[in-house]
Each structure stands twice: as C-alpha cells, then as structure tokens.
Design a protein around this ligand. Sequence first.
Ligand code: GLN
Length: 527
Amino acid sequence: MLGRTLQEVSAALKQGQITPVELCQKCLSLIKKTKFLNAYITISEEVALKQAEESEKRYKKGHSLGALDGIPVAVKDNFSTSGIETTCASNMLKGYVPPYNATVVQRLLDQGAVLMGKTNLDEFAMGSGSTDGVFGPVKNPWSYSKQYREKRKQKSHGENEDSNWLITGGSSGGSAAAVSAFTCFAALGSDTGGSTRNPAAHCGIVGFKPSYGLVSRHGLIPLVNSMDVPGILTRCVDDAATVLGVLAGHDPKDSTTIQDPGKPFMLSSLTDVSKLCIGIPKEYLVPELSSEVRSFWSKAANLFESEGAKVIEVSLPHTSYSIVCYHVLCTSEVASNMARFDGLEYGHRCDIDVSTEAMYAATRREGFNDVVRGRILAGNFFLLKENYANYFIKAQKVRRLIANDFVNVFNSGVDVLLTPTTLSEAVPYLEFIKEDNRTRSAQDDIFTQAVNMAGLPAVSVPVALSNQGLPVGLQFIGRAFCDQQLLTVAKWFEKQVQFPVIHLQELMDDCSSVFEIEKLASVSLKQ
Ligand code: GLN
C-alpha cells in the first residue's frame, strides 16, 4: 500500500481497502523504524492521527474532500505549521511554534491530507547536502538499498559499511528521504537554487519546482524572496501534478502569485512526441559532469529523437556567469532577510545584556551556524554603499541576461530543455564534507539555480541507476507558467525509462511487520 501512487491509494481509501487511520499508522511506524535516516525533525503523531480520524469520518459518510483526503504527507521544516514547531534546522528558531499555517500547508490540509511531520534540511535551506542543519545530516535511503549494497559488496574489501552512507542532497533532503523511504506519499520542499530537484535526483524520486508565482510563498520562511518557490517531491510525475493542482493559484497573502484561480492539473498521456522540440543547452556540458550522467543525458536525447521529437542543440550564452550571479543575489537577500533575527523581534535571544549591540552579536552567533553567518557577511559586503553598484546592481543585470537567454531559446521554438540535474550520483557523507558549503553549492547548483533566477518551472525525473546502483536524475525546464506541458513531457519520459523501485532490503528486514515484502518488491511506479 505504501508504494502506491496517489491515485491508487486514494482509490483504495474510497473502496475501503484501507482506512485513513490504518494508513497513517503504517506510515508512523515506518517513520519510527527509519528514524536513523534523520529525515524528520518533528513527527506530528497526535495531529496526524487526529487528522486521519477526521478523514475516516468523511470517508464513512461518503464525503471525502478530494485527491489528498487521508493521504500522509510531510512538510519541510521551513514552512510554518500552526501549533507545530518550525525550526529551519536552526538554533535561532528552535522552540518556535507558529500561530498560522503557510498557505501551501493550509491547502494540503483543506484537501484532507494528513501531516506526518516536519522534515530535516540544511539550516535555513542553505546547502546542497542536508548535512548542515542543527539536527544533523540526513541519510539517503539508497545507502541501504539492495541495489547499492550489492554493488558495494563486489567492491569493498571489509570496509565499514555503516560509515559509507550517502548524502541525500539538499536542502530538502529530509523530504526527499521521507518520500523515497515510503514514509509518506508526497512532501513539500522549497527550491531557491535547486533544493527540491537536487535531493530528488539523489534519492530517485520526482522533484518539481513550479513557475515562480504559481504557488504561494506565504508562510515559507524566506531564503531569497525573488527566487524561493515551494517544491513538490513525489514518487511519480502524476503525483506531482496532483499536488500542484492543490497548491497552485492566487493567494492574497502573496502578492507575487498570479491572479488565475488554481485548477486541478490532470496530465494527459502523451503518445506522440513528434511535435515536440527538445533543446539541449550546450553550455551544460561541463568538464565536471560525470561520464555516466553525460551518457544518460545523451541517451535521453536520443530517446526523444528516435520517437520523432525534434532535438536540437541550443545556446544559453550567459550560463557561465550564473553561479556567481546567484551567489551575489542569494547572499544579498539572505543578509536582508536574516536581519529580523536580532533577539528582539524573532527567535532565540542570548543572556548577555551589557549592551544592545553585544546582545545582537551573541544572539546571532549562538543562533546561526557558520554557513548562515558567512552568507550574511558576504551579502552585507555586496550591499555596502561602495559595493552596491558593482555587485548587487550588476548581478541583477546579469540575472536579466540569464533570464533572457531562456526567453530567446523558447521563442525560437523550443518547448522544453533537457539537462542533467546534478554532476554525479549521491556521494558518501564523509566525502561530501571534505569541502565547505560554499564550494559544494557552487558545484551542486550548477544546473539548477539559473532556472530560479529566470522563474521557470523545472522538474527532475529519475532516469536510471548508475554503475554503483545509485539513482541519476535528469532535469526538464519549461516555459514560464507552462508547468502542465512540462509535466506532461516528464510523464512521457518517466514511462519510457521505467526507473527501478528502490529495494530497501535492510529497512525491510527491520520493518517486516510494516512492509509486506512481496508487495513492495512488486510495486511499480508505472502501474
Ligand atoms: N544550494 C543552494 C544554496 O545553498 C540551494 C538553496 C535552495 O534551493 N534552498 O543556496
């Protein structure tokens, strides 16, 4: 049951094959059994069971609320949740219990979704590994998969298996791990520079970043207001579309949302791709790209071509400036956003009271980790009066050029761009932490952040397993507000590639009471 698609599980609930409370309990016990993944910061057990009971009453009366009624979901811990602690994985917000729900959370609940808990992340969503939060790193469920373990056995010679676990990617790694390990059916992430797509690629699931303005940011604790978008993590493209249908639409509390009322996104099944034009941006072929990812990328392009689509090489000429430009704009907005955490208005306050300045300084030292403090410092440097024109204004101009590159390509007739999501598959934690957060992000955001600067929709779809038995994802980028078209293409692709289901042998051994092994092994996302 836990491996089913949203549509299937919803049908099972309607037919009474399982009740919302039973489903919730199954997920709860799996969450507890997989605690070592560190995917959840808060498990909202009581709330979830209550919501499931309410849902059960509705089903009994035959008045279910919609596609998500009774469905277990998880939410990244940078979305405000009424009555449930919201920490951003930071000492600054530990113990903070918001009095309201983020609009996206409210929309999920209005549809009857059951909130299992709040998921782990890099502090304030700054990072690409989910290794830099105050609650510790998230472990990639694929570290414990049969597919990866078997490949490792052949290679490792008595190495300590347990120290070799892999990162999930980030910063929405908790959400990605939660979905990948079947502890919920969908999760919210956030995506400012790639934080939904990157962990989705590493965890073998779908990670969708909607067009900027399609989904409300109200209640998402901001990182970079001009780029932040709530992201959707699911096990298949159809599920992402279902969740998008629930989330999308105007919100009076977020003036950057479009005026169109939200409507369900039903994806048609493309059978003919011959009218499609797929663009392959040549600047994305960087030397750091692993040969395996490169080969999957070109195989995917060939697949479209062999099915009749037009596949052309295109140029996004300002791509090489993108990472630096993102860095300047990101840190500048971070410096401004984080100013509110001063010990007076919001968050943690230290005990020092010799002077206001000393209180500010100590509060921020205790409250923020090195990564956040580093970004605040960099951002304030770029915003200094003498630097403002040379850095912040210039970066804004470059951002426009980068956005125009995409506009030009789409105006030339390209429907969707196809790129890698990440340079390689997930790496072991011990390797990942050899480099600092900034160096890591500069590499890991390479294919993802330009889309945020341009406000475009993009989705990472798992394509195949690498030689090591680990997932590789590819990214599709669409025209602004053509999210439905983008997902339709992604769905076609997903169907062609038949990405394998994760075999969580270790977890299953441990959770035999929860997992009916044969069932899980036979689960296919494409049923
Ligand atoms: N790696 C990016 C950063 O650290 C991702 C940010 C995000 O999307 N939340 O800025």
